[in-house]
Design a protein around this ligand. Structure first.
Ligand code: MLZ
Length: 265
């Protein structure tokens, strides 16, 4: 599938290492995805995580499901791994003494929720319990190192998994930067986030790994300069130093190791 992008070559070209698989909260062999479009399940509402809602599988992508909450609109789809603790078979909530909730932004009058729930579950194709896989254990501690490569969900375009580099590490958090893109997509997350994967993950799941952006720096120097955005940002935010009065803007451009004019969208 990912014909045009080869991790092996890319790691060599950039003189970089992959984050070792044991660092991630992901199973070594990706779980099989047995779900089918149209099946229903219970899911935590991403916008209101304490409530459990009914969701429908709208799409299948690698080891992930594209989900839509019943009674919600089509603008708030979200993606979950089949071994995510955010999803469970229908009936789980009730078994635990909980109540299924309308999603945030329920499109009907709140008073119509009980009847809506009844109707949405009536004759629904419920995803069998065996399709839900156990969430892998949390590795301890944070073994990530700056400069290492991985595959990461682009949170602004969550259907995309892209080549990324660890830009910084602080406590149990890691800074995800996307190769060939400016900082617009970067984010901090916990080292045990379910949105980050070892190199080769998409190749194994059949998910489409995006190629890096247009402005990949393939030199070791470039990769190194790219690897510590927080330091660069901090430096660029300081007032110009006495000895070298370089404008902040200029410092940032050179510090990022990226040529100007690359797109962020
Ligand atoms: N704005 C682009 C997607 C950019 C993806 C970047 N991922 C790091 C588009 O909508 O095509």
């Amino acid at each position: 599938k990912n014909e045009h992008f080869k991790w092996d070559n890319y790691l060599k070209e950039t003189g970089s290492l992959a984050v070792p698989p044991h660092c991630f909260r992901q199973s070594r062999i990706p779980p099989s995805n047995d779900f089918k479009v149209g099946m229903k399940l219970e899911a935590h509402d991403p916008r209101n995580v304490t409530s459990v809602c009914i969701a429908t599988v709208i799409g299948i992508t690698g080891a992930r499901l594209r989900l839509r909450l019943d009674g919600s609109d089509n603008k708030n789809d979200f993606w979950r791994l089949v071994d995510s603790s955010d999803i469970q078979p229908i009936g789980t909530c009730e078994k635990k003494g909980g109540m299924l909730q309308p999603p945030l932004g329920f499109q009907m009058n709140a008073s119509s929720w009980p009847m809506f729930l009844l109707r949405t579950l009536n004759g629904a194709e419920m995803a069998p319990a065996a399709f839900f896989k156990k969430e892998p254990p949390k590795p301890a501690p944070n073994y990530f190192k700056v400069g290492m490569k991985l595959e990461a969900v682009d949170k602004k375009n969550p259907y995309l998994i892209c080549p990324a580099t660890i830009g910084d590490v602080r406590g149990d958090e890691v800074f995800i930067t996307f190769d060939g893109w400016r900082g617009a997509f970067d984010y901090w997350c916990k080292y045990d986030s379910r949105d980050i994967f070892p190199v080769g993950w998409c190749g194994l799941t059949g998910d489409a790994l995006q190629p890096p952006g247009n402005n990949v720096s393939i030199t070791k120097r470039g990769a190194k300069a790219q690897s510590s955005p927080s330091k660069v940002t901090r430096r660029s935010m300081q007032s110009p130093q006495k000895s070298v009065p370089v404008p902040a803007q200029c410092g940032r451009k050179t510090g990022r190791g990226n040529p100007p004019g690359q797109s962020t969208v």
